[in-house]
Structure formats: structure tokens, C-alpha cells
Design a protein around this ligand. Structure first.
Ligand SMILES: [Zn+2]
Length: 348
């Protein structure tokens, strides 16, 4: 039987919303915010099921068995209006227009309620937001709105002020790793690495598991890591240009780069420590942390020491840049500055 997807983590948010559901105090419009991959859609489906369920469970959430819950799971509930933008496409006035006409519908077909979901809400054009505002401002009492967004600041202040905001929490790495092992059949050590890389976002972890390009991206970033430390700024600017123009997977590359720089710092510290204590640095003796780039051993720039502090600072900046890509239109300048700054970590 098809089931509504489970929400991983988010205990605080689920408790909060469960209370509102149970006591009939669910807001008319909810803005669910959090970065891509954190679980906004899964939560949206769970909430829709709960709001439309004919026999809600004691905790306020959907029963998972009734006709309504099953219809939500299969995406075929007539009272669930799920408006989702195609990738790189805006939600225009045309997309929200049906909600203004009585016939097509915000009138419940099955029960007493309609749930309207917009995802991602930041893709609504200004005209579409203004149009949506009218139905949110004077909604029929039967309608509940769920707006899902990675970037609440991109919405009109008038929309934000009409919605209650729920910010999703990063899912603990341990929770993601356990789920990758039990539900995605990953090896525990790989599951831990992917969970760390996913930085609290199960959807990103799933992309790493399912995307056949993941390994080729990793190899591509590995080449750049090997090139660094040779003082060839022109080559790095070329990398920044190529990555920025390719666009897709830029965030993944940045996350891998951050992980690679961390690996370099670990490898150098471990090799120095092992050398000082006269220990065997052979293949059988592994650093204490699993490496995402095992080919970095022995450190490729062994003759030039890396400034660990500077490189880790660059890794933080790479992660921050990856998070902000959806906000900034182009990241080329920031990426150039970051790669050139990282290069100086080998000189200092
Ligand atoms: Zn149900």
C-alpha cells in the first residue's frame, strides 16, 4: 500500500504541529521554511493527510489507512491542491488563477476542508503572490494554506505577515546515517560520510545515494584538490568559470571541496603526528577519521605545508556559499575569491 512519506527527524516541529492539529488550532496559512532537502515536502504531505484524514490518530496526525490518507499518498486527493513549480520555472499568475474561480475549486469535494500547497513558494512571481494574497487574506474557512520555501525573505512581506512561520531543524547526522543503512541499504561507513556531507538534509543524502553522477563529481573535485598548492591561480579561475557556467551541482561541488579540504588537514596532521612518533605510515595504518578522498594520502603537496586554520576557514566559506546559491543568482565572483584564498593556504 502506498504510504505518505515519513518525515525524518523534526520531532520539535511535529510535536508543535501535532498539538495544533489535535486541538483544532491549526493556522489558516503556514509558511514551512528550511533549506532544500530538509524534508519540507514530506512534512507538507503529512500535514495534508492529517488535515484531510477522516479518522485522525490521537496525536492529531493522519491515520494512514482511510480513503483520504491513501488518496493523499497517491497524489490523487481532490481536496489537496498541490502546486509545484518545475525546476527553473516560475509560478505565474496563470498557475494560481484557478483558485480564484469558484467552479474549479476551493470547495471541498470529499470532506469539509481543502488544503492548498505551494512549493517552492519563492518561485511565485510578484503578480502571482499578490493574487494568492487575496485568497489567503479572505479565505473560505474551509481552506488551509501550506507555503513551502527555502527562502522566506524572497516572499512579499504581506504574504509572510499572513502566515505562521515554522522553521525546520537540521536532522542529526546520526539519524540520517541510521536511515541510510536501514532504508537505503548503504554500508555504515559510507552512510556516515554521506550523512556528514548532507549537513542535516536527508533529501541531499538521498541524492548522493541515488545520483549516478555523484562519483564522477567526486572525481572531478579530487582533480582540483590535487592541483591546488601549485600557485597556478589562472587554472583555478578557469575552474571557477567552468563550475559557475555549468550551474547544476555547483552546491554539491562546493560541499565536496569543503570535505576535501578537511581531508587534507586531517591527512597532514595525521602524517606529521605519525612521523614524529616514528609510527608506520603505510597503507594499513589509517587516519582516525574516514576520508572522503582517500587518494589524498600521502598528502599530494607534502613538501609545502597547508595552513590548517586558513583551509578550514575556506571550507566553512564553501559550505556557506553552497547554502546561499539559491539566493544569489551567480556565484562566480565568490567562487573565484574562495579558490584564490584557499590557494594561499599552501603559502602561509
Ligand atoms: Zn486517515
Amino acid at each position: 500500500m502506498l504510504e505518505v512519506p515519513q518525515v525524518l527527524g523534526q520531532e520539535r516541529v511535529r510535536r508543535l504541529l501535532g498539538l495544533a492539529l489535535r486541538h483544532g488550532r491549526f493556522p489558516q496559512a503556514l509558511l514551512i521554511a528550511g533549506p532544500a532537502g530538509i524534508g519540507k515536502r514530506a512534512l507538507g504531505r503529512q500535514l495534508a493527510a492529517a488535515l484531510l484524514c477522516s479518522h485522525p490518530a490521537e496525536d492529531g496526525w493522519g491515520c494512514g489507512r482511510c480513503r483520504s490518507c491513501r488518496a493523499v499518498a497517491s497524489g490523487a486527493h481532490p481536496d489537496l491542491h498541490w502546486l509545484e513549480a518545475d525546476p527553473n520555472t516560475k509560478l505565474t499568475l496563470e498557475a494560481v488563477r484557478p483558485w480564484h474561480t469558484q467552479a474549479s475549486g476551493l470547495t471541498p469535494a470529499w470532506g469539509e476542508r481543502v488544503v492548498g500547497v505551494v512549493v517552492p513558494a519563492e518561485e511565485l512571481t510578484e503578480a502571482a503572490q499578490n493574487s494568492l494574497l487575496k485568497v489567503i487574506e479572505e479565505p473560505p474557512p474551509t481552506v488551509t494554506w501550506l507555503l513551502l520555501t527555502a527562502n522566506p525573505a524572497a516572499l512579499l512581506a504581506t504574504i509572510r505577515s499572513r502566515c505562521q512561520l515554522v522553521q525546520l531543524d537540521p536532522v542529526p547526522a546520526r539519524t540520517i546515517a541510521d536511515w541510510l543503512v536501514s532504508a537505503q541499504q548503504q554500508e555504515p561507513s559510507r552512510a556516515q560520510e554521506i550523512a556528514r556531507l548532507a549537513a542535516g538534509r536527508p533529501g541531499v543524502a538521498l541524492e548522493w545515494v541515488q545520483d549516478s553522477r555523484a562519483e564522477s563529481l567526486r572525481q572531478e573535485v579530487s582533480q582540483v584538490l590535487m592541483q591546488m598548492g601549485r600557485g597556478r591561480a589562472a587554472e583555478l579561475l578557469e575552474v571557477a568559470r567552468a563550475w559557475s557556467e555549468a550551474g547544476d551541482h555547483l552546491a554539491r561541488r562546493l560541499e565536496l571541496l569543503a570535505l576535501g579540504w578537511r581531508d587534507l588537514v586531517v591527512v597532514q596532521a595525521w602524517e606529521q603526528g605519525a612521523a614524529q612518533h616514528g609510527q608506520d605510515q603505510g597503507k594499513n595504518c589509517q587516519p582516525p577519521v574516514p576520508l572522503y578522498f582517500p587518494e589524498l594520502r600521502p598528502a599530494p603537496q607534502a613538501t609545502t605545508l597547508v595552513s590548517a586554520g586558513r583551509l578550514l576557514a575556506c571550507a566553512s566559506r564553501a559550505l556557506a556559499l553552497a547554502r546561499q546559491l539559491s539566493i544569489w543568482g551567480s556565484a562566480r565572483l565568490q567562487l573565484e575569491a574562495l579558490l584564490v584564498e584557499a590557494e594561499t593556504a599552501w603559502k602561509g
